[in-house]
Design a protein around this ligand. Structure first.
Ligand SMILES: [Fe+2]
Ligand SMILES: [Fe+2]
Length: 328
């Protein structure tokens, strides 16, 4: 076969694959897939995993400052869930050919990407409520759509993650409702937190990229365009925010009944682009903290690697290491 005919055959196979996924076909980790599809999956899922892992840091800062023992427990449980989500997702990336360690090395070197929301600082206790309610609500909209992803292991993982995210949203909403039913100072604290978080929520799902230009949509890695996700988020959360007495800080926000869509002020895409390059207000601090904890945990990874090597040796040679040998 000539080089040209081999290339044509490869192209035909890629096209066949593309039409398969676009028509709802599902792909398993062991199936053949085009290089471009595999790379897109790695990039997309790795960023998702990094976001789950980095997303615990703004909330972690509030564990010791949570007002009651119940709030501390709930916040700690949520953080634990998010770290678990990261772990599940890194394993998916590993199946696709990039190791968990390689992902973490890139993340702590500042080369890995994570969601824009987690590049911002937190200021008051109300931030934990806004993050758990609204950031998780925005994430749920995206993650619900991912249950229809062409990559079946990702879609299955989303089933578990979505269930837990819904619970996080209720936990956040409960914090905000408690504040809104409290003193004037508590209500002001909740409103001030919403004022700061709203612009980040409006860029959460990304720019209004048309479907034909969205590569992830073309591969059916994700199933909905960004604007559709933003509209779903607004549909669900605007009435709920108003119901508890909060004022959404966008005078142009209104529902256009004729076109059945929300209208809003143009979000700040320039800031979003800077954050995509790790230039957010807390990017350096968060990556630095993750780097420190990663380095501090090196001894655990070394010990586990040593233990696995010992077990391997035992399996192949039948030699059981003495305690003294293990300690050396
Ligand atoms: Fe999560
Ligand atoms: Fe969550």
């Amino acid at each position: 076969m000539t080089e040209t005919s081999a290339e044509a055959q490869d192209e035909a196979r890629v096209e066949e694959f593309r039409s398969y996924v676009q028509n709802g076909g599902k792909v398993e980790a062991t199936d053949w897939m085009p290089v471009e599809y595999r790379q897109s999956l790695i990039r997309f899922i790795e960023m998702h995993a990094n976001s789950e892992l980095m997303g615990v840091l703004p909330e972690r800062d509030w564990i010791m400052r949570a007002p009651t023992i119940q709030r501390k427990l709930a916040l700690t449980a949520k953080i634990q869930d998010e770290a678990g989500h990261a772990e599940l997702l890194y394993r998916l990336v590993e199946d696709l050919g990039k190791t968990r360690n390689a992902c973490l090395d890139d993340l702590v070197a500042g080369k890995g990407k994570f969601h824009n929301t987690f590049h911002y600082t937190t200021k008051t206790w109300a931030d934990t409520g806004m993050i758990a309610w609204l950031v998780d609500a925005a994430a749920i909209v995206s993650q619900h759509a991912l249950r229809d992803s062409s990559y079946a292991p990702y879609a299955r993982t989303m089933q578990k993650i979505c269930w837990e995210e819904s619970f996080h949203m209720m936990h956040g909403r409960d914090i905000v409702i408690t504040l809104m039913n409290g003193t004037a100072m508590q209500r002001a604290m909740a409103q001030e937190a919403l004022d700061r978080w709203w612009p980040t929520l409006m860029v959460f799902h990304g720019p209004n990229t048309p479907a034909e230009k969205d590569r992830d949509l073309q591969w059916h890695i994700k199933a909905k365009v960004n604007e559709e996700l933003r509209q779903e988020f607004l549909n669900a959360q605007v009435p709920r925010l108003r119901e508890v007495g909060l004022i959404i800080p966008d005078p142009q926000l209104r529902y256009d009944t004729e076109h059945e869509r929300w209208l809003y002020s143009e979000p700040d895409w320039t800031t979003l682009r800077a954050i995509a390059h790790n230039q957010g207000p807390a990017s350096e601090e968060r990556i630095g903290f993750r780097r420190m904890t990663y380095e501090e945990g090196q001894w655990v990874r070394d010990l586990m690697a040593y233990s696995m090597a010992q077990r391997q040796q035992h399996t192949t040679t039948g030699h059981v290491p003495l305690k003294e040998e293990v300690h050396e």
